[in-house]
Design a protein. Structure first.
Length: 390
């Protein structure tokens, strides 16, 4: 099997596991008796933990002799498998479920930049890997698993998610084991110590930081919708099965867009593409919030590809082509911090509190404001000359 095929399959099974943890987080935690506010605390706490844990985990690769991305990912994935099984099948109190899920979610999110860097290291050493295609396949696998588990959970209960996660994770780790180590990971210790930190990246690449800041706000609105989508679906007369259909429509729309990102970047400026993604983020979040029925809701979810899919693909390649080699790991980590970390924290915590204290309409108001703020920042990045070194 070729390197490209192995990397594609790695994404296929990795995002199967991602759907089991992230796609049904509200469904699983509600089955354990948690309220919307408590779910918001769990997801928000996980995202806060990711802000600190992700750069720490990435730094271990350079600080521990013999540690590689592959080895660290293996350790983290096996840890999350253990935690998920414990939560699902042992009679532990709700507060322990909350603590364990925070740890599991944060560890899982910390592996995302590592998965990206595997491809970028191959690209930097001259071995072509189509990250956009691989990530698109991952989106398709997320979509498929969301559709299937939307039906399965209705019959077998939410604990089946942990079993599926375990199976998919083990297959993913088998594929990861058979991927060749990148020569870039064999950098000498003295050179690795010069690797840029997240703070260094913020200072050196101002445009990159403000693009991520805009992404952060728009992502917070999208996260609020995604985490509490089950409540939105039920408010429109749907159930868990229709929730799975909505998730399928959202995730599958990413595949064609992410596949074409490398070609689009040859024809258009990166910031221009990011601006286009911002416009579609407005279309996505406002359509979902204003949806009068499930059909319109699903149409809104299908803007996911042209918003999140396009933005994620472009910003990932932007790091590889615009940041110095020693700053790229921190750059990829920073994407995770600003989105899965800060953005998700805002969306999860405020989304849960607003629903429980005011109602679902308050959640939508938050989504509209965050989306508009993020889009304005992206527009400023494009149309106002920022006289700083990238």
């Amino acid at each position: 099997m070729s390197l490209k095929a192995k990397y594609n399959f790695l994404h296929l099974f990795y995002w199967f596991t991602g759907c089991c943890i992230n796609g049904f987080i509200a469904v699983f935690l509600q089955s354990k008796g948690l309220s919307n506010t408590e779910i918001g605390i769990v997801t928000g706490g996980s995202c806060v933990a990711t802000i600190f844990l992700s750069p720490f985990m990435s730094s271990l690769i350079s600080k521990i002799k013999g540690m590689t991305i592959k080895k660290l990912m293996t350790i983290l994935m096996l840890t999350t498998v253990s935690l998920y099984i414990v939560m699902a099948f042992l009679p532990i109190p709700a507060f322990l479920v909350m603590i364990f899920y925070v740890i599991m979610y944060a560890l899982n999110m910390s592996t995302v930049p590592m998965l990206t860097m595997i491809a970028m290291n191959y690209i930097n050493e001259g071995t072509y890997v189509n990250f956009g295609l691989a990530r698109g396949i991952g989106s398709a696998s997320w979509a498929t698993s969301a559709l299937i588990f939307g039906q399965v959970v209705s019959f077998l209960g939410a604990n089946i998610l942990s079993i599926a996660y375990c199976v998919f994770a083990l297959v993913m780790l088998f594929i990861l084991y058979h991927l060749p180590e990148s020569k870039i990971t064999e950098t000498k210790t003295e050179e690795v110590q010069e690797e840029g930190s997240v703070i260094t990246v913020i200072k050196k690449y101002k445009i990159f930081f403000f693009l991520l800041l805009g992404f952060c706000f728009m992502f917070s609105g999208a996260t609020a919708i995604g985490t509490y989508l089950i409540n939105i679906v039920k408010s429109l007369g749907g159930n868990t099965s229709l929730y799975g259909v909505a998730m399928f429509a959202m995730a599958f729309s990413e595949l064609p867009v992410m596949m074409t990102v490398p070609k689009l970047m040859k024809k258009f400026n990166s910031v221009t593409l990011i601006l286009v993604a911002s416009i579609f983020y407005i279309c996505r979040n406002y359509t979902i919030g204003l949806a009068p029925n499930l059909i319109v809701l699903i149409i809104g979810m299908m803007f996911q590809g042209l918003s999140y899919g396009l933005f994620t693909g472009v910003i990932t390649y932007y790091v590889t082509y615009n940041l110095d080699t020693q700053d790229q790991m921190s750059g990829q980590t920073m994407i995770g911090i600003m989105t899965s970390g800060i953005g998700s924290t805002l969306g999860n915590v405020l989304g849960g509190v607003l629903q429980d204290t005011i109602g679902l309409n308050a959640l939508f108001t938050f989504v509209y404001l965050m989306t508009a703020l993020g889009a304005v920042i992206i527009f400023i990045c494009k149309f106002v000359s920022i006289k700083v070194k990238k």
